[in-house]
Design a protein around this ligand. Structure first.
Ligand code: NAD
Length: 498
């Protein structure tokens, strides 16, 4: 595959291409370390990312610390911060088409997918701007001796770390909430997706965000670990694998730094006996392997009543086998390449495990042979999967779905919950209230009935090893706040409550 219509030199500014954003300035990093960005479809390198060294991490953290301790941002009112967030969102809105193209270039997200989800960034900034302007950052309560003023203070300097798969939307959840709360932040992007957050920094600069409030560096895992361990960092908001999340939690535990973890998933779609087949299949085609399954909330286990198993396997595998696999730059493409060779090897390893452990491939099951280059895997459906197989238990992060049969609804719920993860889930039924009752029994942070929705004003996050804490909604703002109670020996009057 040779199509690669993205020219970093002409589409990105020199700052975004080769600098970091620290203390309100575009600066050269101190290290000569770099990372070669390879197109997932052509396998040709198209840009080089500069990577931060420990000196760059120190500078970014010091800038954020100074801006928090002595700068205006944490001391502004919610309304003032909201005005700045709105200006940032406007600047970002103008760059959404560019950010969508960056997403496709960096990790091969099909353009239709990237165009649909890149606007999440402005939606999240707008949502948190709205919340910041109405949120009760202070409240007064009567006490025995007078009153307590409850102050919801920003938690301090926050390190925001996101994975390569959906850098922009994930960052916008974290950034919207952190900035609305009054925190100052250091964003560490992964080497694979260095540009998105730097474009966001351009928007913040244009919007007049005070120096040091937002600092952006690209860095590898070792420098991520160095950032997390710094005592000047009060809070870590991390999205990524469960394995890395546990390492970060241990580091944070040493100094009891606040931590929010958004981790992996192995979510179940439960198809009930009364679900209508066609709308269920149409929805499952969207949610079982979005972005080639490289999305944390992908519904990778489909649970079907044994009485409907055979018909369902036939119909679902026909839908998945009919998905348009190909060039991520084509608007018709539904399944593009995996993001990199490491992902390809990982996914092929799981497919191999599926065969070895006795599952049956009903469509796909191999690398795609349709293209000369690119990290393509055919969308793959396994049937005859039992809940103990590796492919039913571990997060594959690729276009691989397992169909598991159940005998009654109690068993379906038991299978859905028989996992270390608890991120997302779906229930398909012609009776929405029945779906809601079943949803309550699923031990995950999010469950949707007859589709999958994620809304800015609702909390997103995981039970069990899918994470700790929530992003989105007022809950996401709360993750960047500390509560302080100030007791005063004076009674509450109308004036103090107004
Ligand atoms: P990863 O854990 O390897 O890396 C994520 C980020 O952490 C990267 O920026 C990486 O450079 C950094 N990092 C790695 N080791 C670190 C360390 N010791 N200390 C600090 N930072 C470190 O994950 P990945 O492979 O890039 O991403 C895929 C994973 O992310 C999947 O498990 C997926 O489910 C998960 N994910 C979760 C959500 C969610 O909201 N729950 C969303 C998207 C992706």
């Amino acid at each position: 595959m040779s199509n690669f219509p993205f020219d970093p030199q002409s589409e990105l500014s020199e700052d975004v291409l080769s600098r970091f954003y620290i203390d309100g300035q575009w600066v050269q990093g101190g290290s000569s370390a770099s990372f070669s960005l390879v197109s997932p479809s052509t396998e040709v390198a198209f840009a080089t990312a500069r990577l931060a060294d420990t000196g760059d991490v120190d500078r970014a953290v010091n800038a954020a610390r100074k801006a928090f301790d002595t700068g205006p941002w944490p001391r502004m009112s919610g309304t003032e911060r909201a005005a700045c967030l709105r200006r940032m969102s406007e600047a970002l809105g103008l760059r959404i088409p560019l950010l969508s193209r960056i997403w496709t270039a960096e990790v091969g997200a099909p353009v239709g997918f990237a165009d649909m989800f890149a606007p999440t960034a402005t939606a999240m900034l707008d949502y948190y701007a709205g919340l910041a302007s109405t949120f009760a950052f202070e409240e007064v309560r009567s006490t025995r001796n007078g009153q307590a003023r409850i102050i919801r203070q920003p938690v301090g300097v926050a390190a925001l770390i996101a994975p390569w798969n959906a850098q922009l939307p994930i960052l916008s959840y974290k950034l919207g909430a952190a900035l609305a709360a009054g925190c100052t932040v250091v964003v560490k992007t992964p080497p694979e997706t260095p540009f998105d957050a730097l474009v966001v920094a351009e928007c913040a600069h244009e919007a007049g965000l005070p120096p040091g409030v937002l600092n952006v560096i690209a860095a590898d895992a070792a420098h991520g670990a160095y950032l997390v361990a710094k005592r000047e960092v009060d809070k870590v908001s991390f999205t990524g694998s469960t394995a890395t999340g546990k390492l970060i939690a241990k580091t944070c535990a040493d100094r009891l730094a606040r931590v929010t973890l958004e981790l992996g998933g192995k979510s179940a779609a439960i198809v009930l006996d009364d679900a209508e087949l066609d709308p269920t299949l149409a929805a499952l085609a969207q949610v079982t392997m979005p972005f080639s399954g490289q999305i944390c909330f992908a519904q990778t286990r489909i649970l079907v009543p044994r009485s409907r198993e055979r018909a369902f396997i036939e119909a679902y595998s026909a839908v998945i086998g009919g998905l348009e696999v190909g060039d991520p730059w084509s608007i018709n493409t539904q399944i593009g390449p995996l993001a990199n060779r490491r992902q390809l090897d990982r996914v092929m390893g799981y497919i191999e495990a599926g065969y070895t452990e006795g599952a049956r491939v009903v469509t796909g099951g191999d690398r795609s042979r349709r293209f000369e280059t690119g990290f393509f895997v055919e969308p793959t459906v396994f049937a005859g999967v039992t809940p103990h197989m590796t492919i039913a238990r571990e997060e594959i992060f690729g276009p691989v779905v397992s169909i598991i049969a159940y005998d009654d609804i109690d068993q379906a719920i038991e299978i859905a919950n028989d996992t270390d993860f608890g991120l997302s889930g779906t229930v398909f039924t012609s009776d929405v209230e029945r779906g809601s009752a079943i949803a309550r029994r699923i031990r995950t942070g999010n469950v949707s009935v007859n589709g999958l929705e994620i809304a800015p004003n609702a909390p997103f996050g995981g039970f069990k090893q899918s994470g700790i804490g929530r992003e989105g909604g007022p809950e996401g703002l709360g993750a960047f706040l500390e509560h302080q109670a100030i007791y005063l020996p004076v009674p509450v009057t109308r004036a103090t409550t107004e």
